[in-house]
Design a binder for this molecule. Sequence first.
Ligand code: PMP
Length: 416
Amino acid sequence: MTDKEHLTGLNIEQIRRDFPVLKRTVGNDKPLVYLDNAATSQTPVQVIAEITRFYRDHNANIHRGVHTLSVESTDLYEGARNTIAEFLGAPSASECIFTRNTTESINLVASAWGKSNLQEGDEIVISEIEHHSNIVPWQIIRDELNVSLRFIPMLADGSLDVDAAAEIIGPRTKLVAITAMANSLGNITPLADIIEMAKKHDALVLVDGAQSAPHMQTDVAALGADFFACSAHKMLGPTGIGLLWAKAEVLDTMQPFMTGGDMISTVTMSQSTWAEIPAKFEAGTPNIEGAIAFGAACNYLDNIGMTSIRNHEKELTGLALDKLNSIEEITIFGPSDVEKRGGVISFALQGIHPHDIGQFLDSEGIAIRAGHHCAQPVMSALNVPATARASFYLYNTEAEIDHLTDTLNQVVKYFG
Ligand code: PMP
């Protein structure tokens, strides 16, 4: 049975033909099995072509010139903003700010929103399952502005303690910054519940969508949050480009994050005024071809369909959980219900260091991540220094899961 027949919705063989890197070999001349998608996804020819086309046919700065190339570059860049806004369900493209990545998007909010809106005594709520990029910027703001930083703890299966969240989110909470899907264990967070709790207290909500935007339908307007951050490189786009969506009325309360060219309205030698959003938050020459290619990646995902992608990953994850659980020495972290997790499986093999697992798998062509996944508090809560993590995307197959399982059995034999 082929993967096309077995797994619902997607024509995997055809999709794989769009990703040149999946044809290469690694390690000891083994076909690449790419299972590190939670770190960075691969790039289809349709996206690569846009990067090449930009430099071949249009390359010029945006918003600057009246000459043809500059006008074309501007149209492509702003066109990409419209495409991404639509992909994320943003009511207006002007609410979509290009950044370098999720990390920069969150830093922008912490700095620009925090400094304009927080006062001593206010509280920010995050959770124990956040990526470091949704922890460290808030620690810095806590110390700079003398506000409190509280966190929603994690339960044993990696899910959020929602009962505790109801106690922690209160009248002093000004912002809840929470991941939609944890990168370390793959948990999908109960966003609707958390957002409802925050809204009861008129707190704003920032959603870290780095892991959800690539794998699940996003509708920021329906979500009811105020900020949403994501990175193109996890959603078939290039590195160095990401997005912050925020409600226009919230962006209007914020001072600029960075200053310089393109974000001003007027400049005199004594003072300056700011451009309207989104330009107000995009100082300097941006990653123009990155933004255009990000738009192409959203088009690619949209053509395949986010529901089909999510269903494919649910099916793959269910198969992987079943197959991997047949290995006696394995501990799989995170929830067992595929409805509650994305295509991320973090695991340990008794007595074998995750880096040894990663290196052995690499010699067989399998790319996984081994480490703390920029989520050291999660590792502390699990009482492990690191985990091995396999993460799936639309181009992964059941045959690859079988290869992973067989190779992990070899790892156990080799190190056992
Ligand atoms: N949040 C989550 C949940 C992530 O998985 C990541 C990337 N691993 C980030 C934030 C940071 O993304 P980036 O490195 O693209 O800024």
